[in-house]
Design a protein around this ligand. Structure first.
Ligand code: FA5
Length: 332
C-alpha cells in the first residue's frame, strides 16, 4: 500500500512540474490550485486514501503527502507573485508617456481689447499721480442723479435713460456717482480715476450699446482751472493715441459741471467721435459733499472706453466688442 502512495505522489509531482511552467494568468493559477489542492483535488483525494492504510504505514505516507502539499503550496505562492509582477510591468509599459513627443498646442487667450484699453488708460493716469477708485454698479437715485445736481424732473435726466430695478435703485448710467462717494469719504485734495461699467436704455447702433464702460476722472485742489483740465486731456490723448489723431474741444452742458465741455477725436480724415464729457465741478456739488467752493476748485470728466478702443484700432461698430467672436478678439 505504501508503495502505491509513493508512486502516486511521484506521479502528482511529475504532473505538477510539467504544468506549473505554463501558467500565465491568475485564472490559470486558480485552476491549478483547484486541480491539486481543491476539495476534490489530487492531494486531498490521496489523503482520503491514507485513512485506509494500516497504522504502521500511515505516518510515513502522511509525511510524504504533507511535504508534497507544502511544496505545491509554496510554488503556487511564488507563481502568484511572479504573475502579479509581470502584470504590473506590462501595465507600466502600456501607460508610459513619451515626454519627447511634441505636445498638442491649445492656444493662449488674450485680454479683451476693452480690458487692454482700460489697463492702458489706468497706466497713463496712475503715472500722472491718480489713484484708482471704484463704486457700485447698482446705484441709488441720490448718488446717480440728486447729488450730481440733477433733481427729479430735471430735463437732463432724459439724456440718461435708466434701468430702474426698484424704488430709488438703478443701474448706474455713468461713473460720476463715484465722484460723490469719493468726495464724501475724503478731504481734499482728491485725485482719482474710476473705470467701470455703465448702463443706459440706449438702442444699440454703431456707437452706442446699452452696457458700456467709462473712466471717470476727478481732481479737486486749490487753484485748478479749465487750463489744467485741457492740458490733462491733451496730454492723455497724446500718450494714448500717439501721432495721426486730431482733437476737438467744444462747449457742452452737464448739471454737475460749469463750464462744461465735450471732446471729439478723429483719426486722419475719419469721422469725429465723441469720447468724453468734462468740466469744472459745479459749486452746488461741492456744497452737497461738504467741500467749501470758496476754498477748492476741481474738474472731472467721463470717458467712453469703447469709443477709445474704436478710434485706436479703427473699429467702426461698437457691437463687435460684445459679440465674443473669437476671430475678432484674436486680432488684439
Ligand atoms: C456723462 O456720462 C457724464 N457723466 C460725463 C462727465 C463726467 C461730464 C464728469 C462732466 C464731468 P455722456 O453721457 O456724454 O456724459 O457720456 C460720456 C461718454 O460715455 C460719451 O462721450 C461716450 O464716449 C460714452 N457713452 C455714453 N453713452 C454710451 C453708450 N450707450 N455706448 C457707448 N458709449 C457711451
Amino acid at each position: 500500500m505504501y508503495d502505491q502512495i509513493e508512486r502516486k505522489v511521484a506521479e502528482i509531482r511529475a504532473e505538477w512540474e510539467k504544468v506549473c511552467t505554463g501558467v500565465n494568468t491568475p485564472q490559470e493559477l486558480e485552476e491549478l490550485r483547484v486541480r491539486f489542492l481543491g476539495r476534490k483535488g489530487y492531494i486531498p483525494r490521496l489523503f482520503a486514501v491514507l485513512r485506509e492504510l494500516p497504522p504502521q504505514e500511515r505516518a510515513a505516507a502522511g509525511k510524504l503527502l504533507n511535504s508534497l502539499r507544502e511544496e505545491i503550496q509554496r510554488e503556487l505562492e511564488a507563481l502568484k507573485e511572479k504573475i502579479a509582477a509581470k502584470a504590473e510591468a506590462e501595465r507600466l509599459k502600456r501607460e508610459a508617456h513619451d515626454f519627447t513627443l511634441p505636445g498638442t498646442w491649445r492656444g493662449v487667450g488674450t485680454l479683451h481689447p476693452l480690458t487692454q484699453v482700460r489697463l492702458e488708460i489706468e497706466r497713463i493716469f496712475m503715472e500722472m499721480g491718480f489713484d484708482v477708485a471704484s463704486g457700485p454698479e447698482v446705484e441709488t437715485d441720490y448718488y446717480n442723479f440728486e447729488a450730481l445736481n440733477i433733481p427729479q424732473d430735471h430735463p437732463a435726466r432724459d439724456e440718461w435713460d435708466s434701468f430702474y430695478i426698484g424704488e430709488g435703485l438703478l443701474l448706474r448710467t455713468h461713473t460720476s456717482p463715484v465722484q460723490i462717494r469719493v468726495m464724501k469719504s475724503r478731504k481734499p485734495p482728491v485725485r482719482i480715476i474710476c473705470p467701470g461699467r455703465c448702463y443706459r436704455r440706449d438702442n444699440p447702433d454703431a456707437t452706442h450699446f446699452p452696457v458700456f464702460h467709462q473712466v471717470e476722472l476727478l481732481w479737486v485742489e486749490r487753484g485748478l482751472t479749465m487750463a489744467h483740465l485741457k492740458w490733462i486731456i491733451e496730454e492723455f490723448v497724446r500718450q494714448f493715441f500717439g501721432p495721426g489723431y486730431e482733437m476737438r474741444f467744444s462747449a457742452d452742458f452737464f448739471p454737475f459741471t460749469e463750464p462744461s465741455a465735450q471732446v471729439h477725436i478723429r483719426r486722419k480724415d475719419g469721422p469725429w467721435l465723441e469720447i468724453m464729457g468734462a468740466g469744472m465741478v459745479d459749486p452746488a456739488v461741492f456744497e452737497e459733499v461738504g467741500y467749501d467752493p470758496e476754498e477748492v476748485t476741481g474738474f472731472a470728466f467721463g470717458l467712453g472706453i469703447e469709443r477709445m478702443a474704436m478710434l485706436k484700432y479703427g473699429i467702426d461698430d461698437i457691437r463687435l466688442f460684445f459679440q465674443n467672436n473669437i476671430r475678432f478678439l484674436e486680432q488684439f
